[in-house]
Design a protein around this ligand. Structure first.
Ligand SMILES: [Zn+2]
Length: 426
């Protein structure tokens, strides 16, 4: 049995444990909003205190708890406690528990950001929030996340998936309807902004293949189509990166889209490529599409079913699809119940934290490098700028705590063609 198969078999065993124990336990212990019940929390805390006296690794645990407290929301801390307790009580939450133990291993990964990501004069979350998140990292750094400046993508890169007429419209602003179709008001900064964002995603994809994990602070990709933008998306950095990195390669790339809205733009741009696959779980049917043969698509309308659905789709992809050399993850936060554009009642930080851990853990256990982008998430109403930034930081935290070297399957390390120092970005 080769290493990849053995690894996959081990992952499947862990998967079954996670599915039967964790997701079922989530249903029993959590209310509709996903928060642990008072009773289970109190019991958990009592057990945790008792365990501390018997734990020979007390100092180590304190260190890990301190790290978790520093980086996780209160929901993350509760989850952490539940995991420790359940794990020691007989293996429950085994998979998730091991995730958080792995989280103690701080691994450095590249997160691409450029001031050009916010070059457009249009004042909307998609054209501004990358700078907000970068500023938050300056003020309150996340250990193991290293900001890097990417080179912009070129027009030749964009031509892989977009038409010449559309690119000319973005250059000149004419015709006005085409240049403004994305709902981002056109100005001369829009095209450089979009190319820079795509360059960030491309750099993240290349870095992830080398290092296991990488990210990009850009958003506004997955609705963009061949001849027009859509839904605040100008150029489709996910499709450009997928096409660029699949070229001249026998291997397969997965686009995992967990934004609140469907990724119809991405689907239209990758559906005919034989080595590009798409898994799309949304909570509303905007930009809906008919999935092709290399696509799994689900729309969830009940928050209690969300994690189960994502997990089931991941399992289906694993069972039926080939092993991927890269996962491009569109980590939308607009599923949050307080997000006016996309939010679903019952979706809160707890569920989103679990989702991020599930995704990064799924990739880690299968040796799949993962490159993530910010995707949707909008201010307004109860969603302040600070809250939105904190939500997006959850993705960075989960990515940053993964032992990224595990994200490259041993057998495939030698296959990686991209040598150190030759990434697209710096
Ligand atoms: Zn969205």
């Amino acid at each position: 049995m080769n290493l990849c198969r053995r690894r996959r078999k081990e992952a499947l065993t862990k998967t079954r444990k996670f599915e039967t124990r964790h997701l079922v336990s989530y249903d029993i212990k959590a209310g509709a909003g996903g928060k642990p019940t008072k009773q289970s929390s109190r019991k958990s805390l009592r057990t945790a205190r008792a365990e501390k006296f018997n734990d020979s690794c007390l100092l180590q645990r304190k260190k890990i708890n301190a790290e978790v407290r520093k980086n996780f929301s209160i929901f993350g801390i509760l989850l952490w406690k539940q995991c420790c307790i359940s794990k020691n009580k007989g293996g429950q939450f085994d998979s998730l528990g091991s995730t958080l133990v792995v989280f103690a291993v701080v691994a450095d990964h590249a997160l691409y950001y450029s001031d050009q990501f916010v070059l457009s004069k249009d004042n909307f979350d998609t054209t501004r929030k990358a700078a907000w998140i970068a500023a938050s990292l300056d003020k309150d750094p996340i250990p193991s996340v290293r900001l890097c400046s990417p080179k912009s993508a070129t027009l030749a890169d964009a031509r892989r998936v977009h038409s010449e007429n559309y690119l000319q419209a973005l250059q000149t602003g004419q015709p006005v309807a085409t240049a403004n179709f994305s709902k981002i008001n056109w100005d001369s900064g829009v095209l450089p902004m979009a190319l820079s964002a795509c360059g960030g995603m491309l750099a993240a994809g290349k870095s992830a293949r080398r290092d296991g994990v990488a990210g990009c602070l850009s958003s506004g990709f997955h609705h963009a189509k061949r001849d027009r933008g859509d839904g605040f998306c100008t150029l489709n950095g996910l499709a450009i990166t997928a096409h660029a990195l699949a070229e001249g390669n026998r291997d397969h790339i997965l686009v995992l889209d967990l934004d609140a809205h469907c990724g119809g733009g991405t689907h239209s741009l990758i559906q005919n490529h034989p080595r590009l696959w798409q898994l799309d779980v949304s909570v509303m049917p905007y930009d809906d599409f008919q999935p092709g043969e290399r696509c799994i698509k689900e729309t969830v309308d009940d928050a209690r079913q969300y994690l189960k659905t994502v997990w089931r789709c991941l399992q289906q992809a694993e069972a039926e699809w080939p092993l991927f050399i890269l996962c491009l993850y569109n980590a939308g936060m607009d599923i949050h119940q307080d997000c006016k554009i996309g939010g679903l009642a019952g979706m809160d930080e707890f569920i989103i934290t679990l989702r991020e851990e599930m995704v990064f853990q799924w990739c880690r256990e299968r040796g799949i490098p993962i490159a993530y982008a910010m995707a949707g998430g909008y201010t307004g109403g109860k969603m302040s700028r600070a809250r939105l930034v904190d939500l997006h930081r959850l993705t960075l935290i989960c990515a940053g705590k993964i032992d990224s070297s595990d994200n490259i399957c041993p057998q495939r390390k030698s296959d990686v063609k991209i040598k150190k120092g030759k990434t697209h970005g710096t």
